[in-house]
Each structure stands twice: as structure tokens, then as C-alpha cells.
Design a protein around this ligand. Structure first.
Ligand SMILES: C[S@@+](CC[C@H](N)C(=O)[O-])C[C@H]1O[C@@H](n2cnc3c(N)ncnc32)[C@H](O)[C@@H]1O
Length: 397
């Protein structure tokens, strides 16, 4: 059997044994851990075949797994590939062409709206076709340089001959698979953070700096779905004198946050574990009695704005989940907001493109509490090789 056929067979084996209940990356890693005959090039090529299969999302589902692996490779590649050269020589010379042109060659009629078919869930303003197409390409790697580390980071990357593009002084774009993290002191000088996740910081900064001016030095801030603290870290980098409180539903996550904050040199903060979906009481000493000045809820969500990085989630997504996310998101925001002082700001963030997880949660919140919507916007990444995110900032009367 040729190498190309062997790669396709192995990818088919992985895909047929995978059911989407856990992330694909560890499943592939585990598969190879017991099969030592595969070298790093083999593993990379086979893994790529699997990912490209899922990148087709919900399109071309009537093809056999094998044909869909080959189609995935053809549509997702933009340079010659030896597998296409061997298996589909009649497609090979068209591999650098546009998707529409590739359709003429394959006869498949692949459409963006078939890759991502949950179009009735999208708000106005999102280009459904462009968003669908974007899943064919893995988004870029983005780095946020921490204040004062610009020279150190640029020098480390240049010395290691690692290519990058400076989008702004703080935001660097790198190709996927870049070895940048090997040469940078991650968390101390720079953090891995998607472009639009960084943009949420700009939206926050513009609004708060305009409305609060010098008062920003003394604010109390609660990140109520903190995970390992990516947004808190960004907030502290913008407003270094903030009194920070962080919480999350699981203690193991807060342990990761402690480790990350230590690397980042952050020592003064308060942390606790709380499930905000339930009405479980939050310890009295954990939250400010007067109410926080700012609460940030980067809530659990479908992640539909990030499926370019995890296309298996797009493939296996059950749209019935959207309403469950909506309810959890509303509960978390509504419960957290009872600890916001009047005049304080509530920042709501998701990495979902679905209206039900975004605008509809905000609308329901404004019906339940006295709030003004200062801003709400989608930060779309489908034209920039970045994630898509949603941010709303509300003020409590
Ligand atoms: C999108 S992540 C937050 C990412 C984080 N802000 C960052 O920038 O790295 C959502 C977090 O919400 C937490 N979460 C899920 N359900 C929760 C709940 N009921 N109450 C509080 N936190 C919850 C998850 O454990 C997860 O860490």
C-alpha cells in the first residue's frame, strides 16, 4: 500500500472510532501513543487529514468517510499536496484555486452555509457564507505583549528567527505551529490570546476610560467566570491598581489561575469557588458588601466563534444545546449582577456567534434588572484568521 493510502486509512480509523464526546487532539495523541511506528511527519499528516475532515462541518455528509477525507484535504489546502497528487491527480493543479473554482473540479458544490448550517441562529451583520468558509482554515496564533515587555518579546522572536506580524504594539500575529512559546516567558512577558479576545480589552478600555477617567485607579473588579484568568490579567494590564476578585465553578481551575498569576507576578487578589448558575449563597467575605464597581462574566458558551480551532465541535454540535447555554448564561449574569453596585458596569463576553447566547441574554437581563446597555457588539474574526466574540457592557442604575 502506498504511503498516501496508508495515511488515509489511518485517518479513517481515527475518525470512525471518534464520537465527539472529548476533544479530538488528545484522542489523536492517545492513538499514536500506542503505535510507535508513526514518526512525527506521519502523525502530523494524519492529524491534518482528520482535522480537515471536520473542517467541512456539516457539508458533504453523503460522501464516504474516505472520500470526505480527500475532499477535506483538497478544500483546506492552498499548496500542492502529495496525497492529492497521487489519489486525485486531476485535482492537483487546482489546489491553489478558490473554493468556488475547486467546486467546478470536484463537482461537489461545497457552500459556506452547508459547512456552518445554523444560519437562523446568527444575528444580522454576520456574513453566514464567509463565516462558513472560514472554518476551512485554522485561525492564526495571537500573542498579547504585556506592558513594558515589547522590546524583550520582539528581540526574543527576532533572535530565534520566528516570523511574526505586529498588528499593533501589543498584538502579534504568528502562523500556527509557531515555536514562539518556546522562546518567550509566557505569562510574564506575553500571553497567548486571540486577536478578538484582545479586542474586548479595547472595547472595555474605551468605555471605562471615557466614563470613569481618573477614578479608574481605585476600582473593585470581580471576574466571576475567571478560568485561568486571561481576562483578569488583561484588565490588570490596562488598570494596574484595580482590586481584583476572581472565581470559577471548579477549584482545579482556580489552582491553574494561582499558577498563572504567580508567573505573571500578580500577588494581590482574592479568589474563591462559586457556581453562579444556582442560587447557592456566595460566602459573605468573598464579595464586596458595597457591591463591585465592575463585574466581568466571560460565560461558558457553545464556543461557536472558535470552531475554526476545534472543528470537531462544529461537526458534533447539537443545536438543542443553545437554549441550555442561554439559561445558564442568564442565571450566571443575573446572580453575579446582584453584587454590582448601582452605577457599576457589567461586562458580558462570549466566544459564540449565536444571537440566543448574546443579544437575547442581554435583552432578558434588561427585563429583569435596571440596566442601560452601553454597548453590545460582535467582534468577528472570519476575515482575519481570528476567533469571533461578543461583548456587551451594561450599567446598573
Ligand atoms: C469562557 S471560560 C472563561 C475564560 C476566561 N475568562 C479567560 O479569559 O481565560 C468560562 C468559565 O466559566 C466557568 N463556569 C462554567 N459554569 C459556571 C458556573 N455555573 N458558575 C461559575 N463559573 C462557571 C468555566 O469553568 C470556565 O472556566
Amino acid at each position: 500500500m502506498s504511503l498516501a493510502l496508508h495515511y488515509i486509512d489511518t485517518a479513517q480509523q481515527i475518525i470512525e472510532s471518534y464520537n465527539g464526546t472529548t476533544p479530538l487532539a488528545p484522542v489523536i495523541k492517545n492513538f499514536f501513543s500506542t503505535k510507535k511506528k508513526y514518526g512525527s511527519r506521519d502523525r502530523k499528516t494524519i492529524s491534518n487529514l482528520c482535522y480537515n475532515y471536520y473542517r467541512l462541518g456539516h457539508a458533504l455528509k453523503d460522501l464516504s468517510v474516505r472520500d470526505r477525507i480527500i475532499a477535506g484535504l483538497f478544500y483546506c489546502s492552498n499548496q500542492p499536496h502529495f496525497i492529492i497528487g497521487e489519489i486525485k491527480p486531476e485535482w492537483a493543479e487546482h489546489i491553489t484555486k478558490t473554493t468556488e473554482e475547486k467546486n467546478k473540479v470536484t463537482g461537489y458544490n461545497l457552500k459556506g452555509e452547508d459547512i456552518f448550517p445554523f444560519i437562523d441562529q446568527l444575528p444580522e451583520g454576520i456574513d453566514a457564507a464567509a463565516f462558513g468558509w472560514s472554518h476551512l482554515q485554522q485561525p492564526n496564533l495571537y500573542i498579547r505583549i504585556r506592558p513594558g515587555s515589547e522590546k524583550t518579546v520582539n528581540k526574543a522572536l527576532t533572535n530565534a528567527q520566528i516570523p511574526y506580524e505586529a498588528i499593533t504594539r501589543q498584538c502579534l500575529k504568528l502562523p500556527n505551529g509557531s515555536k514562539a512559546t518556546d522562546v518567550l516567558r509566557i505569562n510574564e512577558t506575553a500571553v497567548i490570546q486571540d486577536y478578538n479576545s484582545q479586542q474586548t480589552g479595547n472595547v472595555i478600555y474605551k468605555l471605562l476610560a471615557k466614563n470613569k477617567g481618573n477614578a479608574l485607579d481605585r476600582i473593585s473588579f470581580w471576574d466571576c467566570c475567571a478560568a485561568s484568568g486571561g481576562k483578569s490579567l488583561m484588565f490588570l494590564d490596562m488598570f494596574p491598581h484595580t482590586k481584583i476578585t476572581v472565581s470559577d465553578i471548579r477549584s482545579s481551575i482556580i489552582e491553574n489561575l494561582h499558577k498563572r498569576f504567580k508567573e505573571a507576578g500578580i500577588r494581590h487578589y482574592q479568589a474563591f469557588v462559586a457556581d453562579l448558575d444556582s442560587s447557592a449563597k456566595i460566602p459573605d467575605n468573598a464579595v464586596s458588601k458595597a457591591g463591585f464597581d465592575i463585574i466581568l462574566a466571560d460565560v461558558p458558551c457553545s464556543g461557536s466563534g472558535t470552531w475554526g480551532r476545534t472543528p470537531e465541535e462544529l461537526f458534533y454540535f447539537n443545536p438543542e444545546e443553545i437554549d441550555k447555554f442561554h439559561n445558564t448564561q442568564f442565571n450566571i449574569a443575573n446572580n453575579a449582577m446582584s453584587h454590582l453596585r448601582s452605577g457599576g458596569y457589567f461586562i458580558y463576553i462570549t466566544c459564540s456567534v449565536f444571537k440566543q447566547e448574546n443579544e437575547n441574554v442581554i435583552e432578558r437581563l434588561t427585563q429583569s434588572q435596571l440596566l442601560t446597555v452601553c454597548t453590545q457588539q460582535h467582534l468577528t474574526g472570519y476575515n482575519d484568521g481570528a476567533d469571533s466574540m461578543f461583548i456587551a457592557i451594561l450599567q446598573k442604575y
